[in-house]
Ligand binder design. Structure first.
Ligand code: FAD
Length: 483
């Protein structure tokens, strides 16, 4: 008797290698129907943001091509995933639906409902771990509760075995007798109508092949110096794997294995300090998912309850928020980060910390506004990592920076962009300013400004808030929360 087709529902696992759901479907030895569904309502109030949609478009194109090379194809649909899957199973006679699990609250709720419905219709439904080293529900502290501090969380994880990545079990993926209906990729309208993402293609190659290349290059070259270079936005010292990891074009298990392979010559794992610190950052990603899964309300509300009373500032007309979004705050390191974000869909982690701190502490605008802007503009927008990053910066999350530690943009700039090259690259108005003045142009003598062609208030803004005053107000606001 022939085996009924199995539907593999691709979501944030847009790859063929180390894909447990796809491998399990192949192990059934029947036809396989790879499917992608753009189910915006199913994502709750976080449908894929505009910059990430650009990435998704190209990633789906790459996945479709990779499947065609294997004698298969990607069926694309739009709308309610439950209805689409039910209809597809009926028209193709599929007997099973397999997927790699998601951990965001809306997706968890939706997937549970879909599973119940499909099982009631007589289908087999199987979920796998395709995107984490360890699933959140498998990790608990000694008291049987979720971790809220990173160091013990990571120590606990390091004592566990990481499963080796799986290779795709076959050259050809068996096709069904009857393919379900598909819409064209273009019909998903993922690309912006006005081409503001024109610069993105210079920075990125979405898809599994691009991810593998980036990982290979990073492990071979930059990883050794990662421990020092990762803090420097003026250097290409980090992996930039975040969008590929978000969309699952590469898995953390593959990252882990690549670092391990590097260690084979030395017999020591991790092979050097750079590798150790790099894996720890992969650990922060794990921690972010751990927190979001165990505390699903944190995508909207602070983990630390008392911060719900924080006295945010008023911003009539939204002028301050807009200045921040456009990179026109008058603080060069902040503006450089925000412009890098708009032009490339990505921002260096140190810059993310600086701009987030500035929004929350200098402008005293709610972290949720910043998180929403990041959601729209990052190609790596990821609910778990974004929530952790913003709550950490605002001081209201797990293991967060204390609220009273207020970054000075001038000191941060001087320390992490000492020559000013990061600012020069993204804020060309300041390109001719020398290093001593580039992080505080308003303090530069007039002659220096004239020589550099900088006209404060004309071609580059004066600071929109005074640092010392903003700092004092933020500390007073904190006192109010504590009281
Ligand atoms: P690398 O330094 O090479 O690190 C490797 C991988 O580890 C990253 O790709 C990422 O998956 C993970 N990682 C690294 N740092 C962190 C971290 N602090 N928290 C969680 N995971 C981490 N990351 C996102 O992927 N999506 C987001 O939406 C996001 N929003 C953020 C918002 C704020 C306010 C802050 C402070 C950080 C945010 N981050 C986010 C985390 C971090 O900035 C990025 O993951 C990192 O800059 C990506 O660059 P990379 O791939 O070169 O990282």
């Amino acid at each position: 008797m022939s085996v009924a087709p199995a539907i593999v529902w691709f979501r944030q696992d847009l790859r063929l290698q180390d894909n447990p759901a796809l491998n399990a479907a192949l192990a059934r030895r029947g036809p396989v129907i790879p499917v992608y569904i753009l189910d915006s309502a199913g994502e709750g109030n976080r449908p894929v943001g505009p910059a990430a949609r650009w990435w998704l478009h190209h990633s789906l194109a790459a996945l479709g091509a990779a499947l065609r090379d294997r004698g298969s194809r990607l069926t694309i649909a739009r709308g309610d995933a439950a209805a689409v899957l039910r209809a597809m199973a009926a028209t193709t006679g599929a007997g099973a639906v397999l997927w790699n699990c998601r951990y965001e609250p809306a997706a968890v709720r939706r997937d549970a409902t879909i599973e119940t419905g499909l099982k009631a219709a007589g289908l087999t439904v199987l979920g796998f771990n395709g995107s984490l080293l360890h699933e959140p529900h498998t990790i608990m502290n000694r008291q049987g509760r979720p971790f809220q501090v990173f160091t013990p969380f990571w120590r606990h994880c390091l004592a566990l075995e990481v499963t080796a990545p799986m290779r795709l079990a076959t050259g050809k993926i068996p096709a069904p007798n009857r393919w379900p209906q598909t819409v064209k990729l273009a019909a998903l309208a993922l690309l912006p109508r006005v081409n503001w993402a024109g610069e993105f293609a210079k920075s990125w190659q979405p898809g599994e092949a691009g991810a593998a290349r980036r990982l290979r290059q990073f492990v071979a070259r930059a990883m050794r110096d990662y421990a020092d270079d990762r803090e420097r936005p003026d250097r290409a010292g980090t992996s930039r794997l975040s969008p590929w990891l978000h969309f699952g074009e590469i898995s953390p298990r593959q990252v882990w294995a690549a670092v391990k392979l590097r260690a084979r010559h030395t017999g020591v794992f991790p092979p050097n300090r750079g590798a150790q610190v790099f894996l720890k950052e992969i650990g922060w990603r794990e921690f972010a998912y751990h927190l979001l899964w165990h505390f699903p309300h944190t995508a909207e509300r602070p983990l630390r309850e008392k911060f719900r009373r924080f006295p945010w500032a008023r911003d009539p007309g939204g002028a301050k928020l807009r200045a921040w979004q456009r990179g026109r705050t008058g603080y060069p390191i902040v503006d450089a980060g925000m412009r890098q974000l708009r032009q490339t869909g990505w921002m260096h982690n140190r810059a993310r910390m600086i701009v987030a701190s500035f929004l929350v502490k200098h402008l005293r605008l709610p972290w949720t506004r910043g998180a929403a802007w990041f959601w729209d503009t990052l190609v790596d927008a990821d609910l778990a990592n974004n929530t952790l990053g913003w709550q950490w910066s605002a001081g209201c999350g797990a293991d967060a920076a204390p609220y009273f530690r207020i970054f000075s943009p001038m000191l941060q700039g001087g320390k992490f962009d000492p020559g000013g090259d990061y600012v020069r690259r993204w804020v060309p108005e300041l390109a001719r300013l020398d290093a001593p003045h580039i992080h505080a142009p308003w303090r530069a003598p007039d002659l220096v400004l004239v020589a550099a062609g900088v006209k404060l208030g004309e071609n580059y803004p004066r600071p929109i808030v005074d640092h010392a005053m903003a700092r004092a107000e933020a500390l007073a606001a904190l006192k109010a929360v504590r009281a």
